[in-house]
Structure formats: C-alpha cells, structure tokens
Design a binder for this molecule. Structure first.
Ligand code: PA5
Length: 444
C-alpha cells in the first residue's frame, strides 16, 4: 500500500552499509515487539488490532450526533492532540474542507496558540451557528488549550445554558487523571479516554484523532483497517521485505553521513498538514540528546519556486523523501485554447499526469544535485491508505529513533517550555523557577 522506491539512492548508499545497520534495526524491532518490553509508551504498536471496540462505536455514534445537531465542530488541542486529526481531514477531504459545499459540519482547530486574535476570529465564525466542542488534552493541564476551552465553555454556556451546553461538549483525555477529567466529571460531559500507553504524537488512531475525523464524514473503520494491514505487513525484520525498516535504516545511514535535514515533499496542497504531523512525530521523537534529523515539509510545485533553489544547489546536508500518490481524486484536462499557444504541447493532457512529471523531473534534478532522494509511493488517497501511512511512519519513526540511540517516547524539551510558562504566568508551585527565570530575563 506504501512502497519505498530507492532508485535515486544508488550513488549515496552502498549495499554493505545496510548489512552494518541490520542488527541495530533488529534490536529496535525486538524492543517494540517483545512481550516483556519495559516501555510503557508502545500501546500504539498493537492498537490497530487491539483497540477498544465499545469506545470506537461510541465515537461513531457521537460523530453522527454532532453531524446532525451542529454546523461547526470546534476542536481544542495542541501538538499531538490536534495535528493528526487536521492532517487526516485535509488529506481525505480537502485543505479547503470548511469552504467547500458539504453536508458535514465545518471543523475549526483552536487552542494551538496563545493568540487572542485567532481565537476571536473563530468565536466570530461561531456566532449564530450550532456548535459542538471537542476538547482534547492527554495531560489535561496544557495552558493554551485550557484557555481556549475556558473561553468556549463560557461562550457555549451563554448560548445554550449550562445544561444544554453540557450535551455539546466532549472531552478526550486521560481515563481518570488531570484537570480536564475532573471538569468533565463535575459537569457530566461525555468523555473519551486516551490510552495511557499511547503518547500524544502517536495518538491519531485513538479518540484524539478519530472523533474529529469521523465528524468530517471520513470512514474511520477503513482508517483502522489500513493501519492494521500495515501492522501485519511491517513485522518482518528483513530490510528488503520491510520497507518501513528500510526507510528507518536509510535515515540513519544518511544521518551518519551528515545529512541532518529531511525534506518531506508532497505534490498536493491537501497533504500539507500531513507534513506538519510528520514534522511533529519525527521532531519530538528524535530531536533530543543533541541528536536528530531536522524534519521539514514542503509542497511542490509551490515550494519549488521558493525553497527549490536551496535544495538543488545549497548546502549538502539535506536528503529528501517524496510522498507521491497516483490518484488523489478529481482531475482536469488542459483544454484546446487558441490564445494560449505556449500550452499547445499539453493539449488533452490531464493535470494529474502533469503533476507526475513534476514529481519525476524534480526527483531526478535533486538527486543529480547530490540530494539523496527517497520515494514513498501509494496508489490512492483513501482512508485505508492513510491508515497505512500513519502506522508506517509511526513505526519508522520509533525504529529510526531507537537506532539513533534516543528515547522516541518522551519530550523533555516541550516539558521545559511548559514549566517555564507555568512559572512566568505565576502558577502555584513554580515560585523558585519563576525567580530564576526573572533573573535570566533581566540579564538579557
Ligand atoms: O506528542 C506529545 O506528547 C505532545 O505534542 C502533546 O501532544 C502536546 O504537548 C499536547 O499535550 P496534551 O495533550 O497533554 O495537552
């Protein structure tokens, strides 16, 4: 369903380099699959085959209710608590999902910044509309979504009254801990549990991602089926048979050759949030202990006319992974236009064919420009394929991080900014940290 094509890599990696890294990949595989694994963050590995069916059915039911009783679903969350859902909705529907005619609610994502202006805009859009709210936070304590939630809770209580607002607010959080869980209990909100052993950026296939995705009308059963196929297909330790492990191996081989930046390139604007999801997945998992490949994502042709120059001709510390999908949906044929002579040679050609030529020419140009270029290739952009892509990349990320010698499942860097913010905002318990920070700020 997702194939790794290494035809442009021959000049960059010799076959013996795969043999050298093979044993490290096998060790990483055992870490993820051993029943005695001491790691308590690998619930996502078996998730596609072992999810809570009752919870899944409840997601489908609630999504139907929201579709019926709401014009807008507001999703409150940050990082792993929103990017996956947005990536899936745009990938499966459109990056213009909210603007296109449809019979499902508009979906807005808030609480992912501390911007009052952006939150006010969404409040404005919600005026006179029927609203539901899905607030998502695993810890239940993250500041930005907590603020957005409190603003929207007030907005909805004013609009509907406390009791009716309650039937339109859905909380996705830890099964028993955290402020959000306590608020949900006190108010009687419907809740969905984020499994304890699934970390934020690995949680798109839990209620975190599934509820908003289902509200958009996408088929979440097919999404899970795709992930389950990936689970079964990606168990072989043999690099030649397991494209996910081969991708993880290649990333590490290139990293050891000072390729420190990975450009994930897509050829469809509606995949741009999948790019954001990949940036977060790999960036937060791998970027620690002063190690890691810096992940960035681009949309071609758009970025060929901005960053293309640098990739082709700039510093040689970049490698590129292109995700190309054959059939993405609608197509347009270039018509017979007497006035635009410069398009004569394209008459009758489809834009999807032309886009494929953009991809092929760019892959050759960049690898000729000494940029190792990998291709991930899929046939269609339906739910099953996306489920496969999510799982493939989660596993590639975990294996790649383990081979690099970092713990993929923590995010100490994110925690330190969160704690500094609590201190500077005056939260109780952070007084001594605040004193140190104020001294540092005064020195600057
Ligand atoms: O991957 C992660 O763990 C993080 O990106 C979290 O998802 C993000 O910090 C949001 O955390 P929370 O869901 O606890 O509000």
């Amino acid at each position: 369903m997702l194939k790794l094509d290494c035809r442009h890599l021959k000049n960059f990696i010799a076959s013996h380099e795969y043999s050298t890294i093979k044993s490290q990949i096998e060790r990483a595989h055992k870490f993820l699959h051993s029943e005695e694994s001491f790691c308590d963050n690998i619930g996502w590995v078996e998730l596609p085959r072992n999810y809570d069916v009752l919870e899944f059915n409840k997601i489908i039911e609630v999504a139907k209710k929201i579709q019926k009783d709401s014009d807008i679903l507001v999703v409150v969350g940050i990082g792993g608590s929103y990017i996956g859902a947005r990536a899936a909705i745009e990938f499966l529907k459109s990056d213009l999902y909210n603007n296109l005619p449809k019979n499902t609610p508009d979906i807005y994502f808030v609480g992912n910044s501390a911007s009052a202006s952006s939150l006010s805009d969404v409040l404005e859009l919600c005026k006179d509309k029927r609203i539901s709210l899905n607030v998502i936070s695993k810890s239940g304590t993250t500041t930005e979504p907590a603020i957005a939630f409190s603003v929207f809770k007030e907005f909805m209580e004013k609009r509907y009254g406390k009791k009716d607002a309650c039937s339109r607010i859905y909380c996705t959080t830890d099964i028993e801990d955290g402020d959000l869980k306590s608020i949900a209990n006190e108010n009687g909100y419907e809740t969905f549990a984020i499994p304890r052993n699934v970390g934020g950026r690995f949680s798109v296939l839990t209620a975190v991602g599934l509820l908003p995705i289902a509200v958009s009308g996408a088929n979440i059963s097919e999404l899970m089926r795709g992930a389950s196929i990936a689970h079964d297909n990606l168990l072989d330790e043999d690099l030649e048979k397991n494209h996910c492990y081969k991708y993880a191996a290649i990333r590490n081989i290139l990293y050891r050759k000072s390729k420190q930046i990975e450009v994930m390139a897509f050829f469809e604007p509606r995949f741009s949030f999948l790019g954001k999801w990949i940036e977060q997945l790999f960036g937060e998992s791998e970027g620690k202990d002063h190690k890691g490949i810096f992940p960035t994502s681009m949309i071609f042709s758009t970025d060929l006319h901005s960053m293309g120059q640098f990739i082709q001709d700039g510093s040689k510390n970049i490698f590129e992974t292109m995700l190309f999908i054959d059939h993405v949906g609608k197509d347009i044929t270039v018509n017979d236009n007497d006035q635009i002579k410069s398009l004569d040679f394209l008459k009758g050609k489809t834009m999807s064919w032309i886009n494929k030529k953009v991809f092929e020419s760019t892959a050759i140009a960049h690898s000729d420009g000494f940029v190792p270029t990998l291709i991930l290739h899929a046939k269609d952009a339906f739910e099953t394929t996306l489920g496969y892509i999510f799982y493939f990349l989660e596993k590639a990320c975990a294996i790649s991080s383990l081979v690099m010698g970092v713990n993929p499942f923590d995010q100490p860097g994110v925690e330190s900014y969160k704690k500094n913010m609590f201190a500077l905002l005056g939260k109780a318990g952070y007084e001594s940290r605040k004193e140190i920070l104020i001294k540092k700020l005064n020195k600057c």
